[in-house]
Design a protein around this ligand. Sequence first.
Ligand SMILES: [Zn+2]
Length: 315
Amino acid sequence: MAKIGLSAGHGLYTPGKRTMRTLDHKQTREWWLNQRILVKVLEILKGYNVTVFRYDDPSGKRDIPLKERTTNANNDKLDFYLSIHHNGGANGSAASGTVMYKYPKSSTETNRLQPLLYKSIVKNTGLVGNRSTPLKSANFHEVRETRMPSLLLENGFMDSTVDVPIILSESHATKTAKGIADFLIKEFKLSKKEPKDYFIKGDKGQGVLQVQENLYELGYKLLVDGLYGDGMTSVVSQFQKDNSLEIDGVAGPNTQAKINEKIKEKKNEKKDYILPDGQYFRVITGSYNSRNNAQEMQDKLKGLGIDSFLSVYKK
Ligand SMILES: [Zn+2]
């Protein structure tokens, strides 16, 4: 199975690495922008047969040194390493665009992949900007020290009047992640996980419907429509929480096994209750003061193959 490494550049508290104050008063941290994309890529890849490693600190607290990141990546024997960053250097100008870096003496495979990843990202984001050389080489630690094909993405400028509003948006992060995932799926021939035992947000069909019906039967309130949307994601997360499973909102093999187990338990719970001799449960369907209405109900029951009798009942 392919092994992919992702690294969100820096840490939450790394000095300097943030958007320009005059363009974004919150001074959004670069690591936060980087990890938002990384997490979205992870989300998409959950539906594929691939092993993904992460080399930044998911909490952002620690800015993991570059040497530690690349040593770990080399030990993991990855097929590809991608470091996600946002650029600086526009100094409040309209300089704009996506830049893809490789090491100057990179392998033929990296040389081949560099334009492909760049194209896949800008095809989705449209953030071409005004870079004369969007495909660059630099002596950066991560692309130099990794022993597998590796690239470093600068996904727009944090001090550009043009790029800042774009890179702050959730949709830009989503599109970038899709561009990265599309590239990985194609170039590393990632196959989709067997849909029978793996459903993820965006999936639809008979299998999703079955999971929804089961969850509904277990008492969870959700739309039983065969579409795996936000509602189903939160219900699945709740089910996982209730059953001490890993909470990711994805109906994977473990979650589905647990759902099926619970359904089985529930069916066994439906035990019968027998009344003592001479006592009976009676099924009453309704009372009518019009004989015609009462007979109409009897006709309906007859249509269902159920015999009934009519009697006068006094309150
Ligand atoms: Zn950076």
